[in-house]
Design a protein around this ligand. Structure first.
Ligand SMILES: [Mg+2]
Ligand SMILES: [Zn+2]
Length: 184
């Protein structure tokens, strides 16, 4: 696999542990072991890293945009402390019923990040823990990679993701994927 110019990460279940209760406070954001080091390794190899994340907790009225910003600030601080850098981010703050163009599996967040980075779909790569991340990747023409660190059934997500991208690879976590990417 050639090194991508831009790696777009889903947040919950990829960088930090996800929970059915949603990430509602900065202290709810607990990094998955190895994920911060993996981001740092990408940064140090000159691969830009961005985040594309559905955060419907805002649209559902469970948290404010300011609270989402506080949670995001904690994430940026943790990544920085580990020696990594997040170049850009795009959050969908809409509730599912709003029918926006950005909530994954729609490709809006990814298209926004590609345009802002001036990177072609073929030069990017997306890492997610859900089939909808891979569906969004496929809709944007970007290669997707699945990791098994979400709270949902990874085998189910993998089967579902293969409908969108038949050869989607599955890794145990972000660290395993990044080690593979950077050693190939
Ligand atoms: Mg996720
Ligand atoms: Zn949206």
């Amino acid at each position: 696999m050639s090194l991508p110019k831009l790696v777009i990460l889903d947040r919950d279940g990829v960088i930090n542990f996800d929970t059915p209760q949603y990430i509602l406070r900065p202290e709810d954001l607990v990094p998955i072991p190895g994920s911060l080091a993996a981001i740092a390794a990408l940064t140090q190899r000159g691969v830009r890293v961005a985040i594309a994340s559905n955060q419907s907790a805002v649209g559902r009225g469970w948290i404010s945009e300011e609270q989402l910003e506080r949670i995001h600030a904690r994430l940026l601080a943790l990544v920085k402390e580990a020696g990594g850098h997040i170049d850009d981010w795009a959050y969908c703050v809409h509730a599912p019923q709003e029918g926006c163009a950005c909530r994954k599996p729609k490709p809006g967040l990814i298209q926004t990040l590609l345009a802002r980075a001036n990177v072609a779909p073929k030069d990017a790569l997306i890492v997610g823990d859900s089939a909808r991340d891979i569906e969004a990747a496929a809709a944007a023409g970007v290669r997707g990679v699945l990791v098994a660190t979400g709270y949902k059934d990874a085998a189910y997500e993998w089967r579902k993701a293969r409908a969108a991208q038949p050869a989607v690879p599955l890794y145990i976590n972000l660290r395993a994927f990044v080690e593979h990417l950077l050693s190939s």
